[in-house]
Design a protein around this ligand. Structure first.
Ligand code: ZN
Length: 212
C-alpha cells in the first residue's frame, strides 16, 4: 500500500472526471497523481497541508492531464468529418497558430506559433482543424523538432496532398528561466514534405506567406 492510503479519500476517477467523496467536502480527482504532487511539494521543503497548497495537488493533476491530453487524442478523431473533396490546387496556409507545449527534458512549457501550409490534391480540410492537429501533438511531452515533424507527417497521411510545410517558432521556458537564462531567444524549426521539399519556388512562396 502506498503511504497515501490512509488519507480519508477513496474516490477513483477517470480522465477529467470530477467527483466528491461522499463523506467529506474534499474533492478527489486522481489520487495517484495528487499523492505524487504532495510528495514533490514535501521534497521541495514545502508543507503540502498549508492553506495555499492544500488543493494544489488536485489542480496540478488536472492541469497535467489537460496539458498532456494529446496522448488520448488522434488526428483521425480531430479531422474526421472535416475533409472535403475540392478541386483546389492553390496553396493553403494557416499562419500564427498559437500553441503551448511542454519540453520532455524539463517538463517546462514551451510555446509560440506554428505556420502550416499544404498543397491540396483533391482534398481539403476545415481550417480550424489544422490548429487542432497542432494541439494533438503540442499537448504531450515534446521536443520542438518532433512536434514540427509530427504535424507535417500527420497531415501528409490524412490529406495525401502534393506537399506540407510546417514552421514553428517557439520560446522555451527551460532556457529562459534556468540554464542559459536567455529570455529573448526563440527557436525556429521546419518540416517540408513533398513539393515544399522538392521545389524551391513552392517553399519560397510559403515562406513569403508566413513572413510577418
Ligand atoms: Zn527543456
Amino acid at each position: 500500500m502506498s503511504k497515501h492510503a490512509n488519507r480519508p479519500r477513496v474516490v477513483t476517477t477517470g480522465h477529467y472526471a470530477e467527483t466528491f467523496d461522499a463523506h467529506s467536502e474534499e474533492e478527489v480527482y486522481d489520487i495517484e497523481k495528487e499523492g505524487l504532487v504532495r510528495d514533490l511539494l514535501s521534497s521541495l521543503g514545502e508543507d503540502p497541508n498549508r492553506e495555499g497548497l492544500r488543493r494544489t495537488p488536485l489542480r496540478v493533476a488536472k492541469a497535467m492531464d489537460f496539458l498532456t491530453s494529446g496522448y488520448h487524442t488522434t488526428v483521425d478523431e480531430v479531422i474526421r468529418g472535416a475533409i472535403f473533396t475540392e478541386d483546389c490546387k492553390e496553396m493553403v496556409v494557416v499562419r500564427g497558430i498559437e500553441f503551448y507545449s511542454m519540453c520532455e527534458h524539463h517538463m517546462l512549457p514551451f510555446f509560440g506559433h506554428a505556420h502550416v501550409g499544404y498543397l491540396p490534391n483533391g482534398k481539403v480540410v476545415g481550417l480550424s482543424k489544422i490548429a487542432r492537429v497542432v494541439d494533438v501533438f503540442a499537448r504531450r511531452l515534446q521536443v520542438q523538432e518532433r512536434l514540427t515533424n509530427q504535424v507535417a507527417d500527420s497531415l501528409m497521411a490524412a490529406l495525401d496532398p502534393h506537399g506540407v510545410a510546417v514552421v514553428i517558432e517557439a520560446s522555451h521556458t527551460c532556457m529562459m528561466m534556468r540554464g542559459v537564462q536567455k529570455q529573448n531567444s526563440s527557436t525556429v524549426s521546419s518540416a517540408m514534405r513533398g513539393a515544399f521539399q522538392d521545389d524551391a519556388r513552392t517553399r519560397a512562396e510559403f515562406m513569403g506567406f508566413i513572413r510577418t
